[in-house]
Design a protein around this ligand. Structure first.
Ligand code: ZN
Ligand code: ZN
Length: 271
């Protein structure tokens, strides 16, 4: 079969998968952002006294974030389809049978994907904060100065494209199993939704422990939305500490928020 006919055939084979890929990506976002929204914004949850910013986001912001997130899912779906297409030509190192590389490799490769994404996110994020790219690519995400769970995928289509490239990049470097991708995608949305939740859930001792303070907190990313500078990290603060981009007030702010006591709030309210 000639190249064009074969390409057309491959594309037609992918058509039935379009709604499935879209729905998986969309439901992943909607489910986790929805659960976080219910817990933090509807339900009287136990972390109320841990609110990072005093003000609340407006409902009109939630709608805008949701619509941009749907557009991001369209971009993710498109990238996945292109990857699937090129996979047919042997460009990506996906494998189906876990036995081919074993469970140990599956776990290690999942951790490696998250590690590479952490590094990739830090540098692409810093780049997006340069004047030219900020206006054209990253501003949409920063319109949410008070982030909410719905901010998780609220990106311009260009920014969504940059984030989605992590999947083809890792699949070009080493063999990736779909289960590793699923775990990675679930982990990233949970972390992403929590980082934008507007509440801190981590214990105070994490901020003083030399190792655990390298885990990114919700306060850390929330401060990024407030200051527009500093705290560019995703899962860890490793790169921020290494390259001197941790917010000067971060450790103090984290300590203040996590040292609040619920009783104090109740006392203040009853006075
Ligand atoms: Zn940013
Ligand atoms: Zn953000």
């Amino acid at each position: 079969m000639c190249f064009h006919k074969q390409l057309f055939q491959y594309m037609m084979d992918l058509v039935p998968q379009i709604p499935i890929i879209f729905l998986i990506d969309f439901l992943r976002y909607f489910l986790f952002a929805g659960i976080a929204f219910l817990i933090f914004y509807i339900w009287k949850h136990p972390f109320q006294y841990r609110k990072i910013q005093e003000k609340n986001a407006k409902p009109s912001q939630f709608r805008k974030e949701f619509l941009y997130s749907v557009s991001s899912v369209v971009v993710y779906t498109s990238v996945t389809l292109i990857v699937f297409l090129f996979r047919k030509y042997g460009y990506f190192k996906f494998y189906e049978r876990i036995e081919d590389h074993g469970w140990g490799y599956l776990i290690l490769s999942t951790i490696l994907i998250l590690g590479i994404q952490d590094f990739y996110f830090y540098w692409t994020h810093r780049l997006m904060h340069t004047r030219w790219l900020y206006k054209r690519v990253h501003k949409v995400h920063h319109d949410s100065v008070i982030p909410s769970p719905w901010t998780a995928y609220s990106f311009s289509p260009w920014e969504a494209l940059i984030h989605s490239l992590i999947m083809p990049i890792v699949a070009l470097i080493f063999p990736v199993h779909p289960l590793a991708l699923m775990i990675f995608m679930t982990f990233q949305i949970i972390r992403n939704v929590l980082g934008h939740s507007g509440y801190e859930i981590f214990p105070s001792w994490m901020g003083t422990n030399k190792i655990l303070k390298l885990v990114n907190s919700n306060t850390n990313h929330d401060m990024h939305h407030q200051s527009f500078r500093y705290n560019y990290g995703l899962y860890t603060t490793v790169w921020d500490y290494l390259f001197g981009t941790v917010h000067p007030e971060y450790e103090k702010t984290f300590a203040e928020i996590t040292s609040k006591k619920p009783e104090k709030i109740e006392l203040q309210e009853s006075i």
